[in-house]
Write a protein that binds this ligand. Structure first.
Ligand SMILES: Cc1ncc(COP(=O)(O)O)c(C=O)c1O
Length: 411
């Protein structure tokens, strides 16, 4: 047994989350290192979908809006996500997509700072955040989007003209974890508000939104929360902003009396103002099953294993990077999420060659291999096996096969 395999065996034995893997449906022969993009299905999601579709929809029909709690799923699931992100009950709803929630949060923030006109964001932000911010700026007379080159610049750029700062908690490419306490403080000191994108940190990094007095946060539920492809996103608004919450997608679910069918809009009280229209109940129910898996697990325990998995991967992969001219671009200290990114000229075909062997990571342009480590269903042995396969793909030149260079639609 290699030293890596022996260490992996010892780490697996001592892993308190080891038993959680059985709760997930994962195909045999696959090492899944892409839970940072799409989490696998919790087995209970299938039964939950069956129940929601056959019993509640099929038999309960429209009665299920009340009888099965469909109407309030946005709030009940929102509060359960709230527990994971340090939000009090009544501050989070599950609804719409991350992109749409960025739109609502930015508009709400601008409305709370009417004398200011700047939206600040990172140039390396996940593109949808920037595209939406561009759209918001274009739709508000005088509003302007400014982009910062990196984290330090972002803090420096915040001034008395800044209405809102939109920040990714974890950089989707490099895996770097931004300092939420520091950047939120910088924004507040200048009188600006913050919107945090938690797509790559919800369910995997301890987050204290209320303690840090964060204004708004948004995030998806299909990555580390395992809610399924296209699962509805969430949006958080600090309770102190609820009375002044305004957002332009003022649909009937955000109305004070949705079934009064009034012709004019009157905002609902509290966080429900951030809803818009009818939600995908079947998807919400898959998410409910996924959140059940997290019940009783402390994010601190997930974080400890996440750091151990990514640390172990970096330790094993470092010599391989040196041998083949690759470079780990994820921070080695604890300022990282749960993925490791490696820059390598041949990143695309190497990732494809790994996928052909059942080791699923992904590629991000121009030259990055991303490997995500989800502590609920990954073990250390799999990390060691994945690194061994990476070495083999590089050393054998297997990645040179032309079939690995054909670009797929989703990479
Ligand atoms: C940081 C971040 N924001 C937003 C999104 C996507 O938003 P949406 O769910 O609206 O497609 C992603 C998707 O990977 C992401 O990584």
């Amino acid at each position: 047994m290699s030293a890596g395999a022996a260490k992996a065996a010892a780490l697996d034995l001592a892993d308190p989350l080891r038993g959680k893997r059985d709760l997930f449906q994962l195909p045999a022969g696959i090492i899944y290192l892409d839970g940072n993009s799409l989490g696998p299905p919790p087995k209970a999601a299938f039964a939950e979908l069956e129940q929601a579709a056959r019993r509640e929809w099929g038999e309960g029909l429209i009665r299920s809006w009340n009888d099965a709690g469909w109407w309030s799923l946005t709030d009940t699931l929102g509060d359960r996500i709230g527990r994971l992100i340090g939000a009090a009950p009544g501050e989070t709803v599950v609804t719409d997509t991350t992109s749409i929630n960025v739109f609502k949060a930015l508009h709400a923030a601008l409305a709370l700072r009417p004398q200011r006109h700047l939206i600040l964001a990172e140039r390396d932000s996940f593109p949808t955040d920037l595209y939406i911010a561009e759209g918001v700026a274009a739709s508000r007379p005088g509003a302007e989007l400014r982009l910062a080159g990196d984290n330090a610049d972002l803090a420096d750029m915040i001034d008395e003209r800044t209405a809102v700062v939109l920040i990714n908690h974890v950089d989707y490419r490099t895996g770097a974890l931004h300092d939420m306490a520091h950047l939120t403080r910088c924004a507040h000191q200048a009188g600006a508000l913050v919107v945090w994108d938690l797509c790559h940190s919800a369910g995997i990094v301890p987050i204290e939104l209320d303690t840090l007095d964060v204004d708004f946060a948004i995030g998806c539920t299909y990555k580390y929360l395992n809610g399924g492809p296209g699962a509805p996103a969430f949006i958080f608004a600090n309770r102190r902003h609820h009375d002044g919450l305004v957002q332009p997608l003022s649909g009937w679910w955000a109305h004070a009396a949705p079934f009064a069918m009034e012709s004019g809009y009157r905002p609902a009280a509290g966080i429900r103002r951030l809803l818009c229209g009818t939600q995908p109940i079947l998807s919400l129910r898959a998410l409910k099953a996924a959140l059940d898996v997290l019940d009783g697990i402390e994010i601190k325990a997930i974080r400890a294993k996440s750091l151990a998995l990514t640390g172990f991967f970096m330790e094993l992969v470092e010599p391989i990077c040196r041998e083949f001219g690759a470079r780990i671009i994820t921070p080695h200290n604890d300022s990282r999420g749960s993925q490791v990114a490696i820059a390598l000229e041949q990143a695309y075909p190497v990732v494809q060659a790994l996928i052909a062997r059942g080791i699923i990571g992904d590629f991000r342009a121009p030259d990055i291999m991303r490997f995500g480590f989800a502590p609920l269903y990954l073990g250390f042995r799999e990390v060691a096996d994945a690194v061994a396969a990476l070495h083999d793909v590089l050393a054998s030149g297997a990645w040179r096969d032309p079939k690995f260079s054909t670009k797929a639609l989703v990479t």
